[in-house]
Design a binder for this molecule. Structure first.
Ligand code: ZN
Length: 403
């Protein structure tokens, strides 16, 4: 199989380029970026040195120098008013923002209120086996690691407009963040933004999957952190994130599933181990590669897999639908999640059996789950399975028809 092994080919380069110098504290303050004591207090409990070390190893493995890595320290965390997202990395300013609603609420700390999912074909409800405060703290750290991954990934701004275009329309830039690309116009007449949604889905999925790995490694190294979170707690959070039972309570989950399924698919058509494919994906993310370049398209064709490309195309179209515009963020996010899940299910079906089994194990990891019936106490997941089996056996004994 030629090609896929060295994926991706065209690379934009490591680090943050084309943006010029990062904004100064005075410029940031003039533009409404503030410091917030609640955020700064929380950041003192995040071990930035350990997190930086983990990212630096990934960076070095992909040809970078740790000292050049664009890792954001606690001094460049700001607060701004922005609906929808909890936190953001802004490459232009080169800061991470913790976002505040119009009402002044910081979603980073609003915590996960307990959520339940009905366990199919039973009277049980499942929830993460963590108290709300612990869950909320892990979730907040996870958010920080997610934005750090964006910061560390390839971030480029390339001016694409000619002289006349820039004279009449303002300057146009091709902005690339990891696998996401965006055309921006520093607008005079219009501020239309065009984004390749599939690239954005892959980019968010890779970002979140990398952050999940960093979260796991961070707690493996630390044991227990300054907030009293243990590595065991973090593992429970991660298994709940992975378990496809939970449709709510975790951000960017359909995107992560997409990347996992897509990576299995690439591994199967390229006939290389999944670890190699994942390393290739990480490399492209950090070095600004294109996952959908010509060579990959050729590889798909050689395997008679054009239908997968068609699937990805129709998926892109359905996601580009204007109804996903962010006037109603919650609604558009859930519809978007549903659209990705539908595509995931279709793509999953095309996988070879061993890939299906491998993913099924991840998607059904129950080690972080506790369950209860309405009005009863929590019990471990395994105990529920034992009781369900017992009940089934009793029903069968009692009904001659099923013999
Ligand atoms: Zn993101």
């Amino acid at each position: 199989m030629r090609g896929v092994k060295e994926l991706p080919r065209e690379e934009k380069g490591l680090g943050r380029t084309g943006y010029g110098r990062q904004w100064s504290a005075a410029e940031l303050s003039k533009d409404g970026f503030e410091k917030d004591s609640r955020v700064q207090e929380f950041l003192t409990k995040v071990d930035f040195e350990t997190a930086r070390g983990i990212y630096a190893e990934l960076y070095a493995r992909n040809g970078g120098t740790a000292a050049d890595m664009n890792f954001i320290g606690p001094d460049r965390f700001y607060v701004r008013t922005k609906g929808g997202t909890t936190a953001s990395f802004l490459p232009d300013e080169n800061i991470i923002t913790i976002n505040k609603t119009k009402e002044g609420e910081l979603k980073l700390f609003s915590g996960a209120h307990t959520f339940y999912e009905k366990y199919p074909d039973s009277q049980y409800f499942a929830a993460p086996d963590l108290d709300d405060a612990t869950f909320g703290k892990i979730d907040a750290i996870f958010n920080v690691f997610h934005e750090e991954a964006h910061a560390v990934s390839s971030n480029t701004a390339e001016r694409i407009s000619g002289f006349f275009a820039s004279f009449f329309e303002g300057e146009k830039y091709d902005v690339t963040m990891g696998y996401g690309t965006l055309k921006t116009e520093h607008q005079i007449f219009s501020g239309e933004l065009k984004t390749r949604l599939l690239g954005e889905i892959v980019n968010e999925g890779v970002t979140q999957l990398m952050a999940l790995n960093v979260l796991s490694e961070y707690y493996r190294r630390k044991g227990t952190d300054d907030m009293g979170i243990s590595s065991g707690d973090a593992q429970k959070y991660i298994s709940c994130f992975n378990n496809d039972l939970f449709k709510i309570g975790f951000r960017r989950k359909p995107e992560v599933e997409f990347v996992r399924i897509f990576a299995e698919y690439l591994a199967s058509i390229a006939e290389v181990p999944r670890e190699i494919v994942w390393q290739g994906i990480v490399r492209g993310y950090l070095r600004g590669g294109n996952l959908f370049d010509e060579r990959i398209a050729t590889a798909f064709k050689e395997h008679g897999s054009e239908k997968i490309f068609d699937l990805l195309k129709s998926f892109d179209t359905s996601l580009s639908d204007e109804s996903f515009a962010d006037f109603n963020v919650a609604l558009s996010l859930s519809r978007r999640g549903d659209a990705i899940r539908t595509a995931n299910a279709t793509l999953f079906e095309t996988l070879p059996q061993d890939s299906k089994e491998y993913l099924a194990e991840i998607f059904s990891d129950d080690t972080g789950i506790r369950v209860k019936k309405a009005g009863s106490d929590w019990i471990p997941f395994a105990e529920m399975q034992r009781r369900i089996k017992e009940e089934e056996a009793q029903t069968q004994e009692g009904s001659p028809q099923t013999a």
